[in-house]
Design a protein around this ligand. Structure first.
Ligand code: G
Ligand code: G
Ligand code: MN
Ligand code: NA
Length: 254
């Protein structure tokens, strides 16, 4: 269909870009890393949301070359920051189910690291619960291989999938990213407070880092901090931005 044709052309023409959004420790103010987010504009300049084109890229299989481009581009950017800035900036990449499931996935990750010269510890892979659910044992093994490689692993949109708590025990990840659906009303909704508190408790007990996504207001920062979640990401701190703006943003903060 039309979108897939456009995506294929865009990939060939180099029309995709990456934006980066900071993850911060709201208590210390430290930059923890950045998340790479894919952006695409049509030839006339009209932006198309990844929420729209990622599903099409997944259905058509184009997510494989596109996802590889994202992985390599993000590694190159992190390597460039390592050379240009006083402190290294870990970069996180969103991984689609199809990418994760391909037999070559681990060697693709290795390839992106080798090609860019980036240290594995500066790359984080964000995966969703639904991606892990169909073949939990195979997924666990793959995660362990990636972990042994030295890359960081996080569960994205945590709480919105279908995984049971027993999965958490199974999957050797470093970080849980609390979905923004639970963060939105955390300043006013007691149920959301309870959910966020429970995830933070699990994180502490299992020695997992917990990060709150979609933080937009000072009130949310305050409540999350009080609940013991210092790691945050969202418009309150910064919107996703092009790499050069990200560089300036980091330099300005010192
Ligand atoms: O950036 P934005 O909030 O518009 O992203 C919308 C959705 O697209 C989010 O679920 C995000 O995880 C996903 N997304 C953004 N960039 C990538 C990418 O490089 N690969 C994959 N698989 N998903 C992405
Ligand atoms: O699924 P994933 O968590 O990767 O999605 C990240 C998406 O969330 C990105 O497309 C980004 O643009 C969006 N995003 C980042 N911060 C905020 C925020 O504070 N509020 C909202 N509504 N969306 C955000
Ligand atoms: Mn993400
Ligand atoms: Na999310």
């Amino acid at each position: 269909h039309r979108l897939v044709t456009q995506l294929r052309a865009a990939l060939a023409q180099g029309a995709f870009t990456l934006h980066y959004q900071p993850k911060v420790n709201a208590v210390t103010g430290a930059l923890m890393g950045v998340e790479a987010l894919l952006r695409w504009a049509l030839p006339d300049g009209t932006p198309v949301s990844p929420a729209e084109f990622i599903p099409a890229a997944e259905e058509s299989g184009l997510i494989l070359p596109l996802g590889q481009w994202v992985l390599e581009q993000a590694c190159l950017q992190a390597r460039a920051w390592q050379a240009a800035l006083p402190e290294a900036v870990p970069v996180a990449v969103n991984i689609s189910a199809l990418q994760f499931a391909q037999p070559e996935f681990v060697s693709r990750v290795r390839g992106a690291l080798a090609m860019s010269g980036l240290a594995p510890a500066l790359l984080e892979l964000e995966i969703t619960e639904s991606l892990l659910a169909p073949h939990p044992e195979a997924a666990r093994e793959r995660l362990q291989v990636l972990r042994d490689l030295g890359v960081r692993l996080s569960i994205d949109d945590f709480g919105t999938g279908f995984s049971s708590l027993s999965y958490l025990k199974l999957f050797p990840v470093h970080t849980l990213k609390i979905d923004r659906a639970f963060v939105r009303d955390v300043a006013t909704d007691r149920n959301d407070v309870a959910i966020v508190e429970a995830v933070i408790g699990i994180g502490q007990a299992m020695n997992l880092e917990v990060l709150a996504e979609g933080v937009e207001t000072p009130r949310q920062v305050e409540v999350l901090t009080r609940l013991g979640c210092a790691a945050m990401q969202g418009y309150h701190f910064a919107r996703p931005m092009p790499a050069d703006e990200m560089t300036d943003w980091i330099r300005r903060r010192g």
